[in-house]
Ligand binder design. Structure first.
Ligand code: DC
Length: 229
């Protein structure tokens, strides 16, 4: 594909909650030496800031102000070398994974003011040598001219099982039935909201990861990237 603007290349990976896009995006970025944008973490950080200040998810103006001004930074943990998210200088990486934060993120993400506020923050990540961006609207709204767009799906049951495993491994408690119900609720909100709903871009390659291992999906995306970049 021709890169008309001669900007650094972008690979977008969109998909529903728990489809594995975060893991896949991280590994693809590592293999290519590209930057990684976890846009869900941005929405979650705004959600956490709104919870901390007891701002209602219905207050569109107030949450948009938070999205515009919240002191959100990405860094790497000096002990583990793993990437972390800072809110007001505090490492909130673990707190962002809490179910109530994901739920709040899904609600505040329905406001156009919030999405507009985060647009510029997300586009600034497009830097040499290239970017892998994961989220819901990376290929449709944020980087519509991306060289490669992947739409990653998996059945709700499989996604609930994966989330359960992740939480247990992190030492957090979880119930699979309530995770499945949460995933269905969040899917409904993400797919059906009027602003930037979760959907595959017309030129996206759809990959169903239900029966594939992480390695298989990463290999598939890298193969596609080799053809496009
Ligand atoms: O990918 P995630 O579960 O961390 O995202 C949390 C919520 O943030 C998700 O339910 C919807 C919202 N989100 C969004 O609307 N657009 C994005 N690009 C990323 C996340």
């Amino acid at each position: 594909m021709v890169n008309h603007l001669e900007e650094p290349p972008v690979i977008t990976i969109d998909g529903p909650s728990g489809s594995g896009k975060g893991t896949i995006a991280r590994q693809v970025a590592e293999r290519l030496g590209f930057l990684l944008l976890d846009s869900g973490a941005l929405y979650r950080a705004v959600a956490l800031a709104s919870l901390n200040t007891r701002t209602s998810s219905d207050d569109a103006f107030a949450v948009a102000q938070i999205a515009l001004t919240a002191p959100i930074d990405f860094d790497s943990n000096p002990d583990t070398g793993e990437s972390c998210v800072l809110l007001g200088g505090q490492d909130v990486t673990l707190a962002l994974r809490r179910e109530e934060v994901g739920e709040q993120a899904s609600k505040i993400a329905t406001h156009v003011g919030v999405r507009d506020a985060l647009l510029a923050r997300q586009r600034r990540w497009r830097q040499p040598p290239g970017l892998v961006a994961d989220g819901r609207d990376m290929g449709t709204v944020v980087f519509p001219e991306a060289e490669l767009k992947v739409f990653l799906t998996a059945s709700a049951e499989i996604r609930a099982k994966r989330r359960y495993k992740q939480l247990i491994e992190k030492g957090m408690s979880a119930k699979i039935e309530s995770l499945l119900a949460d995933i269905r609720k969040r899917d409904d909100r993400d797919y059906n909201r009027p602003v930037a709903p979760l959907k595959a871009a017309e030129d996206a390659v759809s990959v169903d990861s239900s029966l594939l291992s992480i390695d298989q999906v990463v290999t598939k995306v890298l193969d596609l990237a080799e053809n496009r970049l």
